[in-house]
Design a binder for this molecule. Structure first.
Ligand SMILES: [Fe+2]
Length: 227
């Protein structure tokens, strides 16, 4: 585990993925100080996915790694501010708000890449197909609704989420990374609709990107997220 001075040296905004190989989260660091650490996941298996160029994917992986770096850095800064009794300050409050943006950027990218790279179509009679039909009337109706959310103007995410209270599924819009989440709802299928997710390959043709996404969904990965 890197020493704190190494962390500060290596974890500049947009810096190297210093945490590679370290998987502990919330573990005690040097001198017993709390040190929350995330490691970037390797999604290189997605290279070659039809409809997603290598250039686009590599750029996107780099962006994702930035969220990992910055989440780690914010956690460390907030921990340090806590040790120094500086959390009840405007700076502490704004960094806490920023943490939700960075952390959700990290996790949403992992969920998005994690439900990409599939080759088999959705089995309408499978578990996910059945719950989609149960919530939306049919898989076709769900697809139409999901694509309508994806067509919304603006940057953010489209998320199929499952209400933890009753299992109902919703297609929701997540603004940026941290606005619009349904509390207690678990992610099932995530689509990145920031321009960086498609403009290298599709320019302004977002609908074509969404079609490519649908052809590349790993339905088994999405289904495994159902509670
Ligand atoms: Fe992204």
């Amino acid at each position: 585990m890197p020493k704190r001075r190494d962390f500060l040296k290596a974890s500049g905004w947009g810096g190297a993925a210093w945490a590679a190989g370290i998987t502990a989260s919330g573990a005690a660091g040097q001198e017993g100080k709390p040190q929350a650490v995330y490691s970037p996941l390797d999604f290189s298996r997605l290279t070659g996915t039809p409809g997603f160029s290598e250039t686009l994917l590599k750029n996107h992986f780099t962006l994702y790694q930035g969220y990992v770096t910055n989440t780690n850095r914010l956690l460390e800064i907030l921990a340090q501010m806590g040790r120094e009794g500086k959390l009840a300050t405007p700076e502490g409050a704004e960094l806490r708000r920023r943490l939700g943006w960075e952390w959700n950027g990290l996790r949403l990218h992992e969920l998005y890449f994690g439900n990409l790279g599939g080759k088999a179509p959705l089995e309408s009679g499978g578990k996910l197909g059945r719950v989609l039909a149960g919530s939306f009337g049919s898989v076709e109706a769900w697809t139409k609704d999901f694509k309508a959310v994806a067509a919304m103007r603006g940057i953010g995410w489209v998320a199929l989420v499952e209400d933890g209270a009753n299992g109902r599924l919703f297609n929701i819009w997540v603004n940026e990374h941290d606005g619009g989440h349904f509390a207690g709802a678990g992610p099932v299928l995530i689509l990145d609709v920031f321009e960086h997710a498609y403009m290298i390959d599709y320019g302004l043709k977002k609908a074509d990107y969404v079609e490519a996404f649908f052809k590349a969904i790993d339905w088994a990965a999405a289904e495994a997220r159902l509670r």
